[in-house]
Design a protein. Structure first.
Length: 102
């Protein structure tokens, strides 16, 4: 039931954004497909950043542990890590997208 409610909310806000975008802001309807592809690019980049962040974090923790200092691996189990990975991906993809704009 909870998943159905979340899916309904996402569908309603997406439909509202589509209507506002096409009617009020006159955004071209044919660009929706490219926007969805761009979203998948950002999602893939975010997953890559997340894996890299966890891998590097684990390596740093193991390096610190090798020096005789205990640091818990559970420090990597933080809510902010995936959020910051998404922010990294958005910045990287925006930067990557503007590299050919000269």
């Amino acid at each position: 039931m909870q998943q159905a409610l979340l899916l309904l909310v996402i569908c309603l806000t997406s439909a509202g954004a589509y209507l506002i975008g096409t009617r009020r802001w006159a955004l071209p309807r044919d660009r929706v497909g490219r926007a969805i592809v761009g979203m998948f690019q950002v999602a893939g980049t975010a997953m890559a950043f997340f894996v890299l962040n966890v891998t590097i974090g684990l390596a740093v923790i193991l390096l610190i542990r090798s020096r005789g200092i205990f640091v818990s691996v559970y420090l990597l189990n933080d809510t902010y890590l995936p959020i910051l990975s998404v922010i990294q991906a958005v910045i990287f993809e925006c930067w990557r997208g503007h590299r050919t704009a000269r």
